[in-house]
Design a protein around this ligand. Sequence first.
Ligand code: ZN
Ligand code: ZN
Length: 262
Amino acid sequence: MQIDTSIDHHVHTRLCHHGIGEMEEYVLAAIDCGLSTLQFLEHMEAQVSYFESTWLTDDDFSYYFKESCRLKEKYGHKISIKLGAEVGFNPAAEHILLSRIATFPFDAIGISCHFIKHRTSQYDLNLFSRKEQNKAAIETAGRNEILTAYFSRLIKAVDTLPGTMVCHLDAALRHLPELTLNGCHRQLIDTLLKKIAEKEMMLEVNTSGLAIRSEPFPAPWIIKKALQYGIKLAASSDAHKPSDVGRYFDQLPSYIDGCILS
Ligand SMILES: [Zn+2]
Ligand SMILES: [Zn+2]
């Protein structure tokens, strides 16, 4: 078995403002689908210039930990509850992120990069948004240039942050039509995977991709390479509503077997 589907490594809640449902509802959903462990992985960002907040403040994180104590007390005999942060790496705010990470007793640090500053755009580009204005801003900046910046930034993030897992590796710009990776992007992904292996981080297999592009993130060739490099895989739903917890996990073992054979 290449992946443990009894753990969901990545769920959000209403606290990030683009998800719905209380933490307790996610715990109940996880118990319902028979998971052994539920890991919250809420959004942390620093010094992002954007027209709305899609992340938690430190007060929100304080609530997150306080509420988790209550939930562990109430449901701990049924399920193990872990608390992590999905940290959007911003090299300009490296020290702020490191100190915020150190402020809280996180069980896991997911590495991602949702926002990139670009001279052509008033706001930082949101690489994961389906909003038309964000997609247009990325096309203006140049999709290939932005993807190169994205993968380069993940490499730097793996070097800099105390990460335990890299999130939805090839999901940036996923809402742009006919997205393809060029040779430069593929090379950066190879470098990134080698670094993930060296740092003994996990690579997330994110089933939100099944809903968006009919296969999980990342693509099969990346999963195959990751396994060749000895990287452990983490099952993640990236749920932003309670009913998404553990979604499609039953398909993952055979899917990953297929990646190995591809
Ligand atoms: Zn989110
Ligand atoms: Zn994310």
